[in-house]
Design a binder for this molecule. Structure first.
Ligand SMILES: [Fe+2]
Ligand SMILES: [Fe+2]
Length: 443
């Protein structure tokens, strides 16, 4: 198991590098890497497992300030030590001190580096071994929404090494969010045993959002609740304490789709939201599929609810970073998570109480499209249920709308031409398209 500390010495003067390397190696059990300029240092750091860097300021190619900026923005777990006759106050780059760990003032190499290593040694117990714990991933966006950490949070350096970056109770703010979502968005973890504490915090945050729901913030608040609930299920599995929130989410999102009489107005609000791509996608799907069903005079509450619930849950196992552009990614580049997401979501729904029968079937069939070109079963649309047909048709509409919104260009004729070509050869879709055209969609 590779849990050895890794220290990088970035110094263009060979003799100084040798002295530093000798002191470090004789004071602490570690691996030492050497870089003779700023660029090589950044290349090393990019590999992601350097715990501490001792860095000269004046070096060829890139100086220590550039290296510091890289650590600050991309390697939040790495500690930066300046080794220079200059002081940090002399250089603008060190104004933000969050990654700054210490200063070795040349020529005092021995005393300076020993002091740094001593300080580092007292903090190295923070490096955790995985043998005693297992970890669950935490999204920076969830941390931002729950604000105070319900437990310690760690940054994953590699399979075997995690370093604590937040103590329990610490506040995760916008600055942290920017820092961690840019470079290490998928590397924040908490101990598995803290899962319940996280679920409680997510639940509290959802309840708080629901309490503040009003006609003005309805769309944003619903998207927020959707995001938190979907993430909680995705990360922590089936948790009974979340079931009452599912009921609330269903009720609220159904209201949202029913009370917005003008579909185009609701879609417009959803398209402009910055909350989450999957949320936008799911609520647009709910709104469009419910409108089509109503136009078909399937306007019972149960039909509407099935479509809304299917919309909310159908994609929750897709990665958070999934966007419409990825729909066009070649099949061979899609991973197992993608191919299994519809069945996984259907299985989840089957375990939640009070869900109307057949709702999970809509989810399981949401990629069964065309004449058997979909997945996981590859059955033709005509073999799926009528509600699944409305759902997959509406899914195409949503994808087209999101795509044109992202490109910043919408052309009604082009939109219908694309929709026509999708429906080509699939009679069931042709009928739905005729009904869809009769909705006053763009008014
Ligand atoms: Fe979807
Ligand atoms: Fe999907």
């Amino acid at each position: 198991m590779d849990t050895k500390l890794k220290i990088l010495i970035a110094e263009d003067e060979e003799e100084i590098a040798e002295i530093l390397s000798f002191i470090v190696k004789s004071s602490i059990k570690c691996e030492v890497a050497l870089a003779n300029n700023g660029q090589v240092a950044i290349d090393y750091l990019s590999k992601g497992d350097i715990d501490l860097i001792i860095c000269d300021y004046n070096m060829p190619l890139l100086n220590g300030g550039a290296v510091y900026n890289f650590v600050l923005n991309s390697m939040p777990s790495c500690k930066y030590v300046m080794c220079s006759s200059d002081t940090p106050a002399q250089h603008e780059e060190f104004k933000n001190q969050s990654s700054f760990y210490g200063h070795i003032q040349k020529p005092n190499l021995i005393g300076g580096s020993k002091a740094i290593i001593e300080k580092f040694k007292t903090q190295s117990p923070l490096i955790q071994q995985p043998s005693s714990h297992s970890y669950t991933q935490i999204s920076p966006k969830v941390l931002l929404k729950i604000s105070a950490m319900p437990s310690d949070v760690f940054l994953k350096l590699n399979e075997n090494k995690y370093v604590k970056v937040f103590n329990e109770g610490a506040i995760f703010d916008e600055t942290d969010f920017i820092k961690y979502s840019q470079s290490s968005g998928d590397r924040l973890y908490a101990f598995n045993i803290s899962s319940d504490a996280f679920i409680d915090s997510i639940r509290d945050s959802i309840l708080k959002t629901i309490k503040t729901l009003n006609p003005e913030n309805k769309v944003e608040a619903n998207l927020q609740v959707h995001y938190l609930l979907a993430t909680a299920f995705k990360e922590y599995g089936i948790k009974e304490s979340l079931f009452p929130l599912v009921d609330v989410q269903i009720k609220e999102s159904f209201e949202l789709c029913k009370t917005n009489k003008t579909l185009s107005l609701l879609l417009d609000k959803l398209l402009r939201s910055k909350e989450s791509y999957l949320g936008q996608h799911s609520f647009m799907l709910a709104a469009i599929s419910v409108s089509i069903a109503e136009k078909m005079e399937w306007n019972s509450t149960t039909t509407g609810q099935k479509l809304v619930v299917a919309s909310m849950f159908h994609d929750i196992f897709l990665k958070e970073t999934f966007t419409s552009e990825m729909i066009n990614v070649p099949n061979e580049s899609k991973d197992q998570d993608f191919w299994s997401h519809s069945q996984k979501a259907a299985d989840l729904l089957d375990k939640i109480p009070n869900i109307l029968p057949d709702t999970s079937r809509i989810i399981a069939e949401h990629h069964e499209v065309g004449e058997g070109v979909g997945f996981p079963r590859g059955i033709p649309v005509s073999k799926t249920t009528p509600l699944s047909q409305v759902f997959t048709f509406s899914h195409y509409v949503v994808d087209l709308l999101l795509e044109s919104h992202q490109s910043g260009r919408f052309d009604k004729d082009e939109f219908y031409a694309k929709l026509n070509s999708i429906c080509e050869g699939t009679d069931k879709y042709k009928k739905i398209l005729t009904i869809f055209r009769s909705i006053d969609f763009f008014e």
